[in-house]
Design a protein around this ligand. Structure first.
Ligand code: ASP
Length: 342
């Protein structure tokens, strides 16, 4: 059956070219992607493409781009069966995580993809990534989309977007989903794992949230961290929340000054979320003595959240008209499958 797919192009390596006289790669327009992957016409689907200008290397993605993507999806929601976002890999996990929170009651696929090599190069991974993403965005079972979530498709794997992190700058398999299994894999067949995919209410209509608050900081602790570093971060103008990247299962130094400063800031209204520096596993405060003081200081567990999901979830929650207590309550819940709460 013919499907309608909207491709939203933001930039990234997939569409980059070498401009004569310049050594580095520069993002270029969508038409050259279409030219290099003429196979997409064989699907027989209806494709439209929109470009968010200026096209950027994803290191230049800002929350404004997420708002533009959310608005484009909302405006075109009834007209298309699925959406593909072409995006640089460097910050793709941030964008996919942010969109998973901004698109409430999403019931259609939004598939982020890109490439590690420009589409114009012979060995590019762009073709496979784009073609399989289209197939996934168009896939349905009895008229119901197979994957009604914000995902990343890359190198034969479909991931829940807010579970991903970019872990490899060299290999084609750039992404990991360390704490949640893949939603589908592409081999001879595209194999979907229906039980891992979110179930959505088909009758609810899509709502978008476009207010995000970036008054947050991330503090990665290390042996020997000084009071000055902590003071500098806690003294950030306008600061509302801090993600504490701790050791192992959520542990941190027990020095009295460390505890006192966190407790004082927490009492003054700053929200602290504890996530682990380990790629895999979850924070479990209270398992070791070295995390008991964090509980006493009022710090919340970020469970097995990726840093990308923790940052964008906080930006999203702080941007809503919610009380401090409501935000804390929602941080302890999985909004769109971003954390595992046992
Ligand atoms: N620097 C590029 C970007 O994130 C890398 C890529 O797309 O793979 O835009």
């Amino acid at each position: 059956m013919q499907k309608s797919i909207l491709i939203i192009y933001t930039g990234g390596t997939i569409g980059m070219i070498n401009i004569p006289g310049k050594k580095s790669l520069t993002p270029f327009d969508f038409e050259q992607i279409r030219r290099h992957v003429p196979e997409i016409e064989k699907f027989g689907h209806r494709f439209e493409a929109v470009t968010i200008h200026p096209v950027v290397d994803s290191s230049n993605i800002k929350p404004d781009t997420w708002v533009s993507i959310a608005k484009l999806i909302k405006e075109n929601y009834s007209e298309y069966d699925g959406f593909i976002v072409l995006h640089g890999t460097d910050t793709m996990s941030f964008s996919a995580s942010a969109l998973s929170f901004m698109l409430e009651d999403l019931a259609k696929p939004v598939i982020f993809t890109g490439a590690q090599l420009p589409v114009s190069t012979l060995r590019s991974d762009a073709r496979e990534n784009l073609i399989s993403s289209i197939e996934i965005a168009a896939a349905d079972k009895d008229g119901v989309p197979m994957v009604p979530e914000v995902c990343i498709y890359f190198e034969f794997k479909l991931f829940r977007g807010n579970r991903t992190t970019k872990h490899n700058a060299e290999d084609f398999n750039a992404f990991l989903s360390p704490n949640y299994p893949t939603l589908a894999e592409s081999g001879v067949h595209l194999k979907y794992h229906a039980r891992r995919i979110l179930k959505k209410d088909r009758d609810a209509s899509l709502k978008i949230h476009t207010r995000l608050d970036n008054n947050i900081a991330i503090l990665k602790i290390f042996p020997g961290i000084s009071e000055y570093t902590l003071d500098a971060i806690l003294g950030t103008k306008g600061l509302k929340a801090v993600i504490l990247e701790t050791f192992g299962a959520g542990n941190a130094p027990t020095d009295p000054w460390f505890y006192e400063k966190l407790k004082t800031a927490n009492d003054a209204g700053i929200i602290f979320l504890n996530i682990t520096q380990c790629t895999q596993g979850s924070v479990e405060m209270g398992r070791y003595e070295t995390s008991e003081h964090l509980i006493k200081a009022g710090i919340l567990s970020g469970f097995d959240s990726t840093p990308e999901a923790a940052i964008t979830k906080l930006m999203f929650l702080l941007g809503q008209e919610l009380s401090h207590e409501e935000i804390k309550l929602l941080l302890n819940k999985s909004l769109n499958g971003e954390i595992t709460i046992s």
